[in-house]
Design a protein. Structure first.
Length: 277
């Protein structure tokens, strides 16, 4: 087997436990890998400002891929290394569609920060978000009185936009509308979100760019994920690993399946591959 030189990690539902924390075991294994000269890359749908503190504090974290590959940061400097913003013309057309459905909540990711309408943040469940995520949303999102006006004002600078869907049928309807519009990378990390970014973005594209900058070949990479927005990253890596709590369509794209995130599956696989004598 080719020597592993880079570890790419999805966070929520993959490297993090059920309480969205990095366990001591997982942290220890990752930092041991970094000490051995292996690059660590966090790859998340989250905006930079809402990445977990324990992940950002990892010794040896080389890059943080955020907003599904739209913006990649150097955690040591807290600065962007490269990005792929949404196209202004596409944002304008998307905004026309969104204005036709004012009952649909949206979030925008701008300059590393997630923002949402004040009305949505006051009652996320009424717009389709599950009750369990309310504390996280209200803690990490900046409220905006007029989200449409914000999008228009910053249409040249948007990293990504999430549509909060009210059920699976509504999600399919929005997917079809955006697909017909064209020009967007569409994915999803959870059942109630449809996540949009520039057509050339995605975790896989960002990982490809990061690896090229580090001089690492795809077959020297191991990547871990659990959702649709991880698939292109799992395909790109020499070893793509889906955790057991992933849906079947994600597992089918992986080279192997690890134990669930609640069982520290990432740590188990890395211990086996990197450190088992």
């Amino acid at each position: 087997m080719q020597k592993i030189k880079l570890i790419a990690l999805d966070l929520d539902g993959t490297a993090l436990d059920e309480k969205s924390r990095l366990t001591e075991r997982t942290k220890r294994v990752l930092e041991q890998a970094a000490e051995a000269g292996i690059y660590l890359i966090a790859a998340s749908g989250r905006a930079y400002s809402s990445l977990p503190e324990d992940v950002m504090a990892l010794k040896g974290l080389t890059y943080a891929i955020t907003s599904n590959g739209a913006a990649t940061y150097d955690p040591k400097k807290g600065e962007r290394s490269f990005s792929c913003p949404m196209e202004e013309e596409k944002v304008e057309k998307l905004l026309e569609l969104l204005r036709e459905e004012p009952e649909t909540a949206i979030e925008v990711f701008w300059q590393g920060h997630p923002l949402a309408s004040r009305a949505f943040l006051e009652n996320p469940v009424s717009y389709g978000a599950p009750k369990r995520v309310i504390p996280y949303l209200q803690r990490t999102r900046t409220p905006v009185n007029d989200i449409y006006a914000f999008i228009w004002e910053h249409k040249k600078e948007l990293d990504a936009l999430d549509i909060i869907c009210q059920g699976p049928l509504n999600k399919v309807e929005w997917f079809d509308k955006i697909y017909a519009l064209g020009g967007f990378y569409m994915t999803s990390s959870t059942h109630y979100r449809l996540e949009l970014s520039a057509l050339k973005s995605g975790k896989g594209a960002a990982l490809r760019e990061a690896a090229a900058r580090l001089g690492v070949c795809p077959d020297e990479i191991i990547a871990f994920g659990n959702a649709d927005n991880d698939i292109d990253m799992l395909r790109f890596a020499g070893i793509g690993v889906a955790v057991a709590n992933s849906p079947d369509n994600v597992k089918c794209e992986a080279d192997r399946v690890a134990p669930a995130n609640t069982e520290e599956g990432v740590a188990q696989v890395l211990e086996e591959i990197l450190f088992k004598s």
